[in-house]
Design a protein around this ligand. Structure first.
Ligand code: KG4
Length: 339
């Protein structure tokens, strides 16, 4: 009998549903909320309301595209956390209601583990060569910057993480200072391709072990630009590409330094990246450079699996299903959960 997992993701501002059948992705439908753009960041209350509006059509579309019926669903996997509590409650309550009505088991998924297991999403007629355990995964998003030692589908250990801001948050804040739109990450990425990464130097943190810090970089960015603006009030307007390339260069250098240290110390060659910032071209290029230089096997997710999506939740649910690892209907979501 087929194992059809319906995945539901609603941790932030993307409402997403996906169907994975026997480990193969059949559909992955996402409604992105544009309502937050004019506020320069996600407004939690609005995100919850938009999830309420989007969740039923998104789930129906995922089922339709998968070519199955609701009655064919074997189990429902949902994002339990971390994320915005109001957003998580919408997906969690929906998943519970549907599981009860279909009389199928529920599977809770950690959003961060989902990002990592996105490397195991198998698509029909696509080449599939996932990383081999144990591997290292640099998980970089708007809320997280971690180096994770991935021992199996089920066992992951954070060996380093940010002690203050996340990489994506730092990039978004710098973009905001420059008067660019939200989220700033993709705009900085685009501008950076046309700029000189060595044009402006920002201070680099000096943190122990495999941990990260990005708050100092944010401050250095702010003070450096303030001084340059004192000399030339049009500095940002006239040097957008160079500023973007320089801040991206600094963020990527900080991320790669600790990742290289971890790869060397743990003697691991299979190195992956995951999360929203893994869409960044500067980071992807740095990974390819390291692949050549250190003989790494580099794993970079397909663009649509870097940002929040339900395919990663469904695949995580699939592996938990194989272990009979189900959750109780009374389980609450958590805004903060560790891997
Ligand atoms: O994983 P994600 O979609 O959401 C969570 O934070 O959970 O990551 C969003 C972050 C934002 O900070 C966004 O600016 C950043 O990923 N991002 C990028 C790029 N695309 C998204 N940062 C740099 N370059 C990109 N191309």
């Amino acid at each position: 009998m087929d194992i059809n997992i319906l995945g539901i993701e609603s941790s932030c501002d993307d409402t997403s549903a996906a169907v994975i059948s026997n480990g193969i992705l059949l559909s992955n439908v996402t409604a992105t909320q544009s309502v937050h753009e004019k506020y320069g960041g996600v407004v939690p209350e609005m995100a919850s309301r938009a999830h309420q509006q989007n969740i039923i059509p998104v789930v129906h579309e995922a089922i339709r595209q998968a070519g199955i019926q609701m009655s064919d669903i074997t189990a429902i996997a949902f994002t339990r956390g971390p994320g915005l509590m109001g957003s998580l409650l919408v997906g969690t309550s929906f998943a519970k209601g549907l599981a009860l009505s279909l009389n199928v088991p529920l599977i809770d998924v950690n959003h961060l583990q989902g990002h990592i297991l996105a490397h195991f999403i198998q698509e029909k007629d696509h080449e599939f060569s996932p990383p081999k355990f144990p591997f290292l995964c640099l998980l970089v998003s708007g809320g997280n910057s971690q180096i994770v030692l991935v021992k199996s589908y089920y066992e992951m250990e954070i060996i380093g993480q940010t002690i203050d801001d996340a990489a994506g948050e730092a990039i978004d804040k710098c973009a905001k200072v420059m008067g660019l739109g939200y989220p700033g990450g993709p705009i900085i990425d685009k501008l950076a391709r046309m700029g000189n990464p060595k044009a402006i130097q920002f201070s680099q943190p000096n943190i122990d072990g495999y941990n990260y810090s990005f708050s100092g970089l944010k401050t250095s960015f702010l003070y450096t630009l303030r001084n340059l603006l004192d000399e030339n009030p049009n500095f940002i307007e006239e040097n957008k590409a160079d500023i973007a390339a320089s801040i991206e260069y600094s963020v990527v250098a900080i991320l790669m330094k600790k990742l290289k240290k971890a790869a060397k110390d743990y003697n691991i060659k299979d190195i992956a990246i995951a999360g929203g910032v893994s869409a960044n071209n500067g980071l992807r290029n740095a990974m390819f450079d390291a692949q050549k230089r250190y003989n790494w096997n580099v794993f970079i997710p397909k663009f649509s699996f870097t940002t929040d999506n339900a395919a990663m939740i469904a695949i995580s649910g699939y592996y938990k299903y194989l272990q009979n690892d189900f959750c109780d209907i009374s389980l609450p979501p958590f805004s903060k959960v560790q891997i």
